[in-house]
Design a protein around this ligand. Structure first.
Ligand SMILES: Nc1ncnc2c1ncn2[C@@H]1O[C@H](COP(=O)(O)OP(=O)(O)OP(=O)(O)O)[C@@H](O)[C@H]1O
Length: 718
């Protein structure tokens, strides 16, 4: 292997002298893949297991608890990976980021089970909200800490990651009382509140919990938190602010109210916070209170729980995700809250998505004002909506005092996830009739992707060379996405998007998508094997930005921008492909479906915050780093650690900052802004001084040719 590498490098150096193509002294990327059954990273060299094994326990719902000390409830192989990849200190420092990483891990396992992913999370991921794999239960202290400390991905100091707030937060003991419990007590609580295995051994019914050991550490409540509790709960509940008071532990005040205090504390403006009272002297803790959800008085209809609902919603916590999903209503915490079920369908059909989100925004006064470009896009879709929108959102009723806009049933967003049969019907509607073999002759296989195989083909009459992607439709796990891809390609044509030509469905299963053939292959091969200079990097970015500008101005988010999805022509043409993850969003609205490829994913997607088209700009910034370094940040970390690091660090460090021009550094700084509101848009970036340094596309040609030759040589050597 070493010799092969040396000779290849020698060959590359020789070529570099000849063609002035700067070839990298690495052979490629080295993403690290680990199976859940791998023992340790040290073993990885000896492990032949590149693929993750089938899930050890086919657990689709894993209820994870975190008590401020350690995670519980994870299947052992996951726990092993967690401990191996993320140190306990890091786990404690940022449990939110751990949860983000765990969620991705779960999504990857599911994809693997479904046959979509061969490897762990290095490929594109689609994880819809209604496919949640992990419920995370954070005990009061942690919940409180999360509400008070702003994580680096947060754009708002008062937001708590919706990801991390479990519906059962409503039934958690008060942050204060919980904080006075020993870890054992907290664990006991978790056992009571976590319905799913695997969990630590339970107390037998009726068996009294053993007396808790002395507290491991003294918890000092934050000023803001206690002050707010006093503010909100002036009477008996104020005792709860005193974490050591025994009355806290025996109080019958519904725990939910304390959680309101804890959650709302985060939203208290700084100036309102006052100094906390001195905690009462610590006395031995008594038996923990019965969790609120086990109390008859703490049902959903109780005033405290409804207050809780309002309070949690106001800081972006979905306290009853399941019910909101079921009825499809917005929780009112943001301009538009698409439910998971509505996302499921809207991710599949951009226009359906547009219609639904348009409906939602029409009825939501909080929706942001659209930009002029977006307004134009909206106008261009009006006609389409008129044809496709079966249920009008509202209509004008002409009463005595003039027209009144009356809500119709369309305000309720129904669950409209299409069945396989419906998707097939839709696919049949959009593909060409007839047999593709009568029009195209397949010549040679180019590559195999996750969903199918790509061939070079020739059109029988014109002899034009094209690319054909053939997919077994019935076995596709996300059939709707293929329909999306075809629709987007059919409807949105741009010189920087790979041009769709035709599609056919043969015998209900053999789907052909015919498109322009880009002989230069993908950008990944170029960035891995060569080093583009800044003028060339600017040229590639400029072309991608033009494609993104086009998509964004049609309210389409690509969601999977990375070098693998940039194809090159032998003349230096640069085109975006892989529209399967595209979604159309109403200007001003946001989505929350987790889509993309982890290393390129923006912090807001990873932490399942609401996001918009700015996610593509983040990914473009990561792709710029790929062109500089040959790989995206954290590529050498395990996917689990990489996701943790993105969630924890936000903006990645620019390794070679000092070697780069200030224009390029500034360009990166404008793309890799954690707060999407502050992140640049395509318009700003197209006008950026760095983009103005772009060399002509012809400057890419020697590089594309050199890489093609190298690849052919490699293929011959095999
Ligand atoms: N139009 C095209 N012209 C030239 N090469 C192409 C074209 N489309 C795809 N390829 C190449 O074919 C290979 C497989 O592409 P494909 O899009 O199927 O991969 P993928 O993105 O991994 O999979 P999927 O889109 O199914 O998730 C890749 O190397 C890609 O660069």
């Amino acid at each position: 292997m070493k010799d092969a590498k040396k000779s290849l490098i020698a060959g590359e150096k020789e070529k570099r002298d000849k063609s002035k193509v700067r070839v990298r002294d690495i052979l490629g990327r080295f993403p690290r893949f680990f199976s859940p059954n791998e023992k340790s990273s040290e073993d990885s060299s000896t492990s032949s297991s590149f693929e993750i094994s089938a899930p050890y326990n086919t657990v689709h719902r894993v209820h994870v608890g975190y008590d401020g000390q350690k995670f519980s409830g994870l299947p052992q192989p996951w726990m092993d990976i967690l401990l191996r990849d993320i140190s306990e200190a890091d786990q404690k420092r940022n449990p939110t980021a751990v949860v983000t990483a765990l969620k991705f891990y779960a999504a990857s396992l599911k994809q693997q089970e479904e046959g979509r992913e061969k490897f762990l999370t290095t490929n594109s991921v689609f994880n819809n909200s209604d496919e949640e794999e992990i419920d995370v239960q954070l005990t009061g202290e942690v919940l409180q800490r999360l509400t008070m400390t702003e994580d680096p991905c947060s754009s708002s100091s008062s937001s708590i990651s919706r990801l991390d707030a479990h519906p059962s937060a409503a039934s958690l003991p008060s942050p204060s009382s919980s904080s006075s419990l020993s870890p054992a007590d907290r664990n006991d609580y978790l056992q009571l509140s976590s319905p799913a295995p695997p969990l630590p051994p339970r107390q037998k019914t009726g068996e009294r919990a053993p007396p808790p050991p002395p507290p491991a550490r003294t918890y000092k409540p934050s000023n803001g938190f206690s002050a707010h509790l006093i503010d909100q709960q002036p009477s008996s509940s104020s005792l709860a602010a005193s974490e050591s008071s025994s009355s806290t532990l025996t109080t019958t005040t519904p725990a939910a109210e304390d959680v309101i205090g804890g959650a709302a504390a985060a939203a208290v403006p700084e100036e309102k916070k006052v100094t906390a009272p001195t905690p009462a002297p610590r006395v031995p803790p008594k038996v923990p209170p019965k969790p609120a959800h086990l109390k008859a008085s703490s049902g959903l209809g109780s005033p405290s729980s409804s207050t809780l609902s309002t309070s949690l919603n106001s800081i972006g916590v979905e306290n009853d995700r399941s019910s909101s999903s079921r009825d499809g209503r917005s929780n009112g915490s943001s301009g538009i809250m698409m439910t998971s079920s509505s996302n499921a369908s809207s991710d599949t059909d951009p226009l359906a998505s547009y219609n639904k989100e348009n409906e939602a925004s029409n009825n939501n006064v909080a929706a942001a004002a659209p930009t002029p470009a977006a307004t134009a896009a909206v106008a261009s879709h009006k006609a389409h909506n008129a044809l496709n929108n079966n249920g009008a959102t509202s209509h004008l009723h002409h009463g005595e005092d003039g027209p009144v806009r009356v809500r119709s049933n369309a305000t309720k967003i129904e669950k409209t996830k299409m069945s396989d049969e419906e998707v097939l019907t839709e696919l049949r509607r959009i593909v060409n009739p007839g047999n593709p073999s009568e029009h195209y002759e397949l010549k040679k296989q180019i590559g195999v992707g996750a969903s199918g195989t790509v061939y070079i083909a020739r059109e029988n009459n014109t002899k034009e060379v094209v690319a054909v992607k053939r997919m077994a439709f019935k076995s596709q796990p996300k059939k709707e996405m293929l329909v999306t891809e075809i629709k987007v390609m059919q409807q949105y044509k741009h010189p920087n998007l790979v041009n769709y030509l035709d599609s056919y469905l043969v015998d209900t299963d053999d789907l052909w998508v015919v498109m322009d053939y880009l002989e230069g292959g993908n950008l990944t091969d170029v960035v891995v094997k060569t080093e583009l200079d800044e003028g060339q990097i600017a040229a590639v970015l400029k072309e991608c930005l033009m494609a993104l500008h086009f998509l964004h101005s049609h309210s389409i988010v690509h969601r999977d921008i990375k070098s693998d999805n940039v194809l090159l022509g032998m003349n230096g043409a640069v085109k975006l492909t892989d529209m399967g993850f595209c979604a159309q969003i109403q200007p001003g609205s946001k989505r929350d479906t987790v889509v993309g490829t982890p290393y390129w994913m923006s912090p807001e997607i990873l932490s399942k915050k609401k996001y918009n088209y700015k996610v593509d700009i983040w990914s473009l910034g990561i792709m710029a780093l790929e062109m500089i370094d040959g790989e995206p940040p954290y590529m050498r970390e395990t996917p689990m650690k990489a996701i943790f690091l993105i969630a924890q660090n936000g903006k990645p460090e620019i390794q070679r900052r000092n070697e780069l021009s200030h224009q390029l550094v500034d360009f990166l700084d404008r793309c890799l802004v954690v707060d999407p509101e502050e992140r640049a848009g395509t318009e700003e970036l197209l006008d950026h001084p760095f983009i103005r340094t772009a060399k002509p596309l012809s400057s890419l040609v020697p590089y594309i040719k050199a890489v093609k030759e190298l690849k052919e040589k490699e293929a011959r050597g095999k």
